[in-house]
Unconditional design. Sequence first.
Length: 134
Amino acid sequence: MKVFAQKNVYNKLTINNLWFQRYKKNSIHNWHVHGDNYTGVYYLELPKDNVSCLTEFLYPDNLEKSFSIDANEGDIIFFPSFLIHRAPSLQSKKTKTIISWNCNFNEIQSKYTYDRKNTKIKKKKKQIVQLKGD
């Protein structure tokens, strides 16, 4: 996860919560959001016999439409915590188990925070155009 943070310009990653959930047939975790920067889900057990096994998200610009990220057992997904999401009712006889966490990325890498006051900006001369009437 440190590599993920560094590739996204941050030096520090703080995990604020960590939990697991086990879903049996017809289990559901309804629509919700989280309060941190990102949420991660590790699919420890993921039956692939039904699409209801995948985390479902609502499009932020159209709450009438949803999408899922194609995942397999052993995959990890990250998403912004403000995205409305749920675990739909599991329609499989097999157990689904996830380990999930909320995290914040902090301390932007210094190469992205250089002193912009010392950056030289070339100013363009203003061109004034006068229109002559008839």
